[in-house]
Design a protein around this ligand. Structure first.
Ligand code: NAD
Length: 311
């Protein structure tokens, strides 16, 4: 059955369904390729900076301790910074660093005019107060969008940095033509890192989805999701979203990452869902790369906000 015929009348994806440009799963869902879009964003930044005479836009990362996955995340961010023709600085601190020493290091970066974006890799080792550290970031340099002031700006609809993962989800939907205006969306998970800002972004003027925030106490999650044109899964529960959660033709974006005995898995049971969905993110290669792409985007806008870009 052609994909265009699968969705309910008037639902989701006229642009996706009519386009032959995008790769599809065996079941016919458009693959929302986060690696491809991240690479487009990185290349776009490189071209932009080249046109501006290559000003030194700098992202500083702060990593406390020697957690392996965190080291990999930070290394990947530095690689993309380089590809985007920006520069990076890294501050690595031992796991037994004191709160005061950590705060002094972050304050130095906050005050350094040559640093435009600051990313403190979370979680911090036990005993360190992340909130107090994040409070030291000026909103312009808070490229992760996690401070109270950045969150407040998001709620108030003012300019500021938006957390990279939910922003990446929005970029993927834009790029792959997922219609949002008047559509219903369900976000699974209510963290301040992902779920909460995601709901705010989906409900923003101009995006205009009707967004529901589902969580671990939601009654009959499958039934709630089945009503949705868009599902964003950010629960951290491997394989939670199966075909029975998905309205035919819906867009399904998988944020969850679980390390299981079978390797890294998302919240979405890809095999079953791809046969029903109109569009789906792969895992890996979906929202993860986009988190980094949006970090690059936020770093460029940090430099702009700080007046570090010519013109
Ligand atoms: P979190 O643990 O802070 O929040 C998880 C949320 O999911 C909670 O609000 C909880 O109520 C909800 N939840 C848990 N089990 C549920 C269930 N069975 N049904 C419905 N809701 C349920 O996690 P987080 O920081 O928001 O991250 C969520 C997931 O996204 C994690 O797996 C994390 O590793 C991943 N993540 C991925 C990226 C990325 O770039 N793709 C970025 C950040 C986080």
């Amino acid at each position: 059955m052609p994909r265009a015929d699968r969705g309910p009348a008037g639902a989701s994806f006229s642009r996706v369904t009519n386009s032959e440009e995008f790769e599809r799963t065996p079941g016919g869902a458009v693959i929302m390729d986060g690696k491809r879009l991240r690479d487009e964003i990185v290349a776009g930044i490189r071209t932009k900076l080249d046109g501006l005479g290559n000003p030194a836009v700098c992202l500083a990362t702060v990593l406390v301790g020697d957690d392996k996955p965190s080291q990999i995340y930070v290394r990947n961010k530095h690689k993309k910074v380089e590809e985007a023709a920006m520069v990076s600085r890294h501050v690595g601190l031992p796991a037994d660093v004191s709160q005061g020493e950590l705060e002094a290091a972050v304050t130095d970066l906050a005050q350094d005019p040559n640093v435009h974006g600051i990313l403190v890799q979370l979680p911090l080792p036990e005993g360190l107060d992340a909130e107090r550290v994040l409070d030291l970031l000026p909103p312009e340099k808070d490229v992760d969008g996690l401070t109270e002031r950045s969150m407040g700006r998001l709620v108030r609809g003012r300019d500021g940095h938006v957390p990279c993962t939910p922003l990446g989800v929005m970029r993927l939907m834009e790029r792959y033509g997922v219609e949002t205006s008047g559509k219903s969306a369900v976000v699974i998970g209510r963290s301040t890192l992902v779920g909460l800002p995601q709901v705010l972004l989906l409900g923003r003027k101009g995006v205009d989805a009707t967004a529901t925030l589902a969580h671990s106490r939601t009654t009959d999650l499958a039934a709630v999701c089945r009503e949705a044109d868009i599902i964003v899964a950010a629960a951290g529960m491997a394989g939670l979203v199966t075909a029975e959660f998905v309205k035919p033709g819906a867009a399904v974006l998988d944020v969850g990452i679980s390390r299981t005995a079978d390797g890294i898995q998302g919240d979405v049971h890809f095999e079953s869902v791809q046969a029903v969905a109109g569009a789906i993110t792969p895992m890996p290669g979906g929202t993860g790369p986009m988190t980094i792409g949006c970090l690059m985007e936020n770093t460029l806008s940090a430099a702009r906000m700080l007046g570090a870009l010519p013109g």
